[in-house]
Design a protein around this ligand. Structure first.
Ligand SMILES: Cc1ncc(COP(=O)(O)O)c(C=O)c1O
Length: 429
């Protein structure tokens, strides 16, 4: 029995599918304690967009520590925080003409979501919030109330209130605009829907199964929010920081949210850090009204600043993301061909792609398990874990990306011919 089995809570999750003990990592590679190399298509569930241990960022962190830079700062002014804010302003906010204020929240994504929901409720004086089917926003009580999946909801232990769910884009098939339904509910005083303070949405639902909202749908959602005076919150925690090809996932959608939540890859090095961005007129917090001990992870400010300077100061990185995203899509299409005769759906934007195996949900997990045996880590997502979710670091080298895609393709071939698939199909019948 390992120390993990003996001592670590039953709640542990990812390590059950990928049980190696990892001890070293560089860019898209993880190494276990025996030195076996794994290609990382999980990337900390969207936290390692810039790979493991980027050498430039690492150097900045080491230098900062060698100078005895402040590490923990509550919300005190520090040089590292000032530098982060200045660089964020210059590199991201000004070029996009976004008049946002920045709130530093507790370090995890759910802390940012809680703050965003609380702010929206305080501003509007309304309690209800609209979230979408298959949405995932975290597991603390406010966030899990806005999360669709019953696996997480059932663990809450209390009734989850003050959130109404509306079908996400495509939930009722490609020929139904789910916003017709939402709008009708808002207009109809007898629909039972209390006017929401806000709508919280992911432009691409990561945990929910790589569901992609179309541009027309998002634009109409923004209009509906304006028309009914609801705040639009974009949760960019998983698909922000370049995952879809631009710093914010909403940039090419032609919408400007009222509030944005960011975390995961923001610190660029796997260090915990989250922020809420809000239009400046929405910064209606009273001093100290929402706090948290770990809002000042200055090491994360240093690494986040380094990443903005390294990757987002000019357009080259974003341009290359487009090329790499296409390369990835080509590879994913080839993989999907191997899964015939099952009908699968490919969906994604930029460097988040999914293969949905709705006809045989267990298939995604079987392919993931076979890929792991062959030295690659890829997770599944969706309500039934039926979606194979491709999330390599954005900085992955072309040849490693190719190698990884090839491993998954080979894994599909093996699974399609396997006895375990035949058994799975027999039980499903
Ligand atoms: C879109 C989105 N929001 C919020 C969260 C919650 O973040 P955390 O797990 O850091 O609390 C996640 C995590 O996967 C997420 O994908």
């Amino acid at each position: 029995m390992t120390v993990f089995q003996r001592l670590e809570s039953n709640v542990r999750g990812y390590c059950r599918n990928f049980p190696a003990t990892f001890s070293r990592a560089t860019n898209a590679f993880l190494y276990d304690k025996q030195g076996r190399r794994y290609i990382d298509f999980l990337a900390g569930a969207g936290t390692l967009n810039y790979g493991h241990n980027n050498p430039v960022i690492k150097r900045r962190l080491i230098e900062y520590m060698e100078q005895d830079g402040v590490i923990h700062g509550l919300d005190l002014h520090t040089s590292a925080k000032a530098r982060f804010l200045e660089v964020l302003e210059k590199t991201v906010l000004w070029p996009l003409e976004l008049d946002f204020k920045v709130q530093f929240t507790g370090p995890t994504g759910t802390n940012a979501v809680e703050a965003a929901l609380k702010l929206a409720r305080n501003i509007t004086g309304r309690t209800n919030v609209v979230s979408f089917t298959n949405g995932f926003h975290g597991v603390s009580l406010g966030s899990v109330a806005a999360t669709g999946n019953s696996h997480f909801r059932d663990a809450a232990g209390v009734p989850l209130n003050n959130v109404s769910f509306v079908p996400y884009d495509g939930y009722l098939g490609s020929d139904v605009d789910t916003l017709d339904y939402f709008e009708k509910m808002l207009v109809d005083g007898s629909s039972g829907l209390d006017l929401p303070a806000a709508v919280i949405v992911e432009t691409v639902q990561g945990e929910g199964g790589v569901n992609v909202a179309g541009q027309p749908w998002l634009q109409r959602l923004a209009e509906v929010c304006r028309e009914f005076d609801m705040l639009l919150i974009v949760d960019d925690i998983q698909v922000g920081c370049g995952r879809t090809g631009t710093f914010f996932s909403f940039e090419p959608m032609g919408i400007v949210p009222d509030i944005v939540t960011m975390s995961k890859s923001l610190s660029a090095y796997g260090l915990p850090m989250s922020i809420v961005l809000m239009k400046s007129e929405l910064d209606q917090w009273k001093p100290g009204q929402h706090n948290g001990t770990f809002r000042g992870n200055n090491l994360a400010f240093v690494s986040a600043t380094a990443a903005l300077e390294l990757f987002w100061k000019n357009a080259n990185f974003a341009r290359d993301l487009k090329r790499k995203g296409q390369m990835m899509l080509d590879g994913v299409e080839k993989i999907a061909e191997e899964i015939t005769p099952f009908e699968v759906e490919i969906r994604g934007r930029g460097m988040i792609q999914g293969i949905a195996c709705d006809a045989c949900p267990a298939l995604a997990g079987m392919i993931s398990a076979e890929a792991y045996r062959r030295g690659l880590i890829i997770e599944t997502s969706g309500a039934e874990d039926q979606v194979l979710k491709f999330l390599p670091p954005l900085t992955i080298e072309d040849e490693v990306l190719e190698e990884g895609l090839e491993i998954i393709r080979d894994s599909c071939r093996t699974v399609m011919e396997s006895q375990s698939l035949r058994e799975e199909l027999a039980t499903a019948e």
